[in-house]
Design a protein around this ligand. Structure first.
Ligand code: TPP
Ligand code: MG
Length: 317
């Protein structure tokens, strides 16, 4: 990773965190009615992983956080319009943030029915193979989602057909109020790769370089025609499951312990030690994020609601 790439990743992580903090304020103040699963604590992993893709590749995001879209380069004002139900959104404000779709950058959306992402990723991978395209698919999913039956069907299919799909589990320890320990027999979800004879590994999802290296290697493997991989990034959801979640199912000590592993100060310290980041640039990056977010919120607030007569437009039938 060169210094430019490191700083670019850092900027996107900061923009994601600041945007989510503002979204939480807007929702709590009743200024937007949208629903949102915050990704605070998981930004480093999402940004570093997506940075390994080319613009022509496909990705399916999981339901948590804004960093996927920031990392992919979807204009943040569009995402805010999706959240707020305004015409300027990627889906004209009709699908909410669970359905941000941006085909220009291969963003195929998320599946509100968790586990729906796996067969969609397999289908995208199959289309690449049939059309002999030079593309790959990156499919994010949570630890809880890994226990759906579609996981088995899709990973086996991708392995048998050697499809260019990288499955990346964001293991944040919880699925709403169900801990991974209670729901999942294996300690490391990537161990399931042995059942599908595919490569993969478990790594620290709060360490930008570990994520980048592991995902980059799996993406290259897929691009070279060698088939799918199963990766697992260990991370933690630092906020509640949704904005407003009373979060009463975890101890405060547990959450506190993980705040000490917040990926942002970890990466900042690393970049400062390497002299890639200095206090003045850090302040500029923060200010730039604030300006971008202010502009995007203003754009969103000036957008109309979608016309009710357009409700059935874009519906496939
Ligand atoms: C099939 C299905 N079951 C339940 C839900 C409700 N639900 C939404 S998010 C969530 C938790 C998912 O946990 P995980 O996959 O670990 O992702 P995380 O929320 O931790 O990021 C659940 C149960 C759903 N959307 N779809
Ligand atoms: Mg989870």
């Amino acid at each position: 990773m060169d210094n430019k790439l490191k700083l670019d990743i850092y900027k996107k992580i900061i923009l994601s965190r600041r945007l989510e903090e503002r979204i939480a304020e807007l929702i709590k103040a009743g200024q937007v009615g949208g629903f949102m699963h915050p990704g605070v604590g998981q930004e480093a992993l999402q940004v570093a992983a997506i940075t390994t893709l080319r613009p022509s590749d496909y990705m399916l995001y999981a339901h948590r956080g804004v960093a996927y879209w920031v990392a992919r380069g979807i204009p943040i004002e569009k995402v805010l319009c999706d959240l707020a139900g305004r015409e300027g959104g990627t889906d004209h404000g009709k699908g909410g943030v669970m359905h941000v779709v941006y085909p220009e950058l291969g963003v195929l959306g998320a599946s509100g029915t968790l586990g729906g992402c796996f067969p969609i990723a397999a289908g995208a991978g199959l289309s690449i193979k049939v059309k002999h395209e030079d593309k790959v698919v990156l499919c994010f999913f949570g630890d809880g989602t890994s226990n759906r039956g579609t996981f088995h069907e899709s990973l086996n299919f991708c392995a048998v057909r050697k499809l260019p799909v990288v499955f990346l589990c964001e293991n944040n320890g919880w699925a709403v109020s169900m801990s991974t320990e209670k729901s999942t027999a294996v300690k490391d979800i990537a161990d399931r790769r042995h059942g599908y004879a595919m490569p993969g590994k478990t790594f620290d999802g709060n360490d930008v370089e570990q994520v980048f290296d592991a995902v980059n290697q799996a993406i290259k493997h897929a691009r070279a025609g060698n088939g799918p991989s199963l990766l697992e990034a260990k991370t933690y959801r630092l906020w509640g499951h949704w904005i407003g979640d009373p979060d009463s199912y975890r101890s405060r000590e547990e959450v506190e312990k993980h705040w000490r592993r917040d990926p942002i100060p970890i990466y900042e310290r690393k970049l400062m030690d390497e002299k890639v980041l200095v206090e003045s640039i850090k302040a500029e990056i923060d200010e730039d994020a604030r300006v971008q977010i202010d502009r995007a919120i203003e754009f969103m607030q000036n957008q109309p609601s979608p016309n009710p007569e357009s409700a059935l437009d874009d519906v496939y039938a």
